[in-house]
Write a protein that binds this ligand. Sequence first.
Ligand code: GDP
Length: 298
Amino acid sequence: MFDTLQDRLQSAFKNLRGKGRLSEADIDATAREIRVALLDADVAVPVVRDFIARIKERATGSEVSGALNPAQQVIKIVNEELVGILGGETRRIRFAKNPPTVIMLAGLQGAGKTTLAGKLGRWLKEQGKSPMLVAADLQRPNAVTQLQVVGEQAGVTVFAPEAGNGVGDPVKVARDAISEATRTLHDVVVVDTAGRLGIDAELMKQASDIRDAVQPDEVLFVIDAMIGQDAVQTAEAFLEGVDFTGVVLSKLDGDARGGAALSVRSVTGRPIMFASTGEKLTDFDVFHPDRMASRILD
Ligand code: GDP
């Protein structure tokens, strides 16, 4: 995913190698290269601006001393700042004290919500939970069937409206599912919701109605990491529409530039909680900011 960014950052650092001391001009030149590398990777402009300002300040400041050579010090600072924009600490799911924990998924159509429901179901089972997936996407033809298929692959119960694909009231389905989960002792409910190709008011209203009806413990906004500069606007619209509590980056296996991954936390203030890296149910993991930063700088 970050191959180009990785190469560009390495070449920015290369010019610092072998230098005994960094002049302001060295730092400026490196900062400029990092800036262009990030912008080319589609990282949002304000995020890049703040990032570069902090790098410059720290690289010229008093902390440049000690055992590391100047190039190593700059790499260390960039690493720490990358961890910072990716969210710092790993943020885990907050399970409800009184089960079931309700996790609602939101995002554009094609972002990877239904696939994620299966991945989350499998992962939750591995954590010793007894999850139930809920088909509250009654918009997209076949969404219910698709959820049933991933549920079966994951070995997880799926609650679907009796009428099947495309009919019924998603708010009622979500509400009924929680009663059913309580009755059948499922301790986590994952609610898949409808997406559209673009942001629209009706979609947002439906998602927010479901949110109000089921009072989820977590609302996960699923975003395709390949959508480039559109990521910021999409994330802001969903933040306003459903006030999500965490982000899931999907399609991190793609070869696009990955700016969404680096912008979405800073822009929304919400933590990235999971990453999806392929179509298989196992292509999924908890998101660790420090590991991602190391991968980018490796
Ligand atoms: P939804 O409309 O948000 O429910 O999106 P889907 O779950 O149906 O996913 C849309 C397409 O993206 C499907 O073809 C999925 O197989 C694919 N997909 C989902 N997650 C990933 C991922 O992490 N990597 C890749 N390469 N494809 C994915």
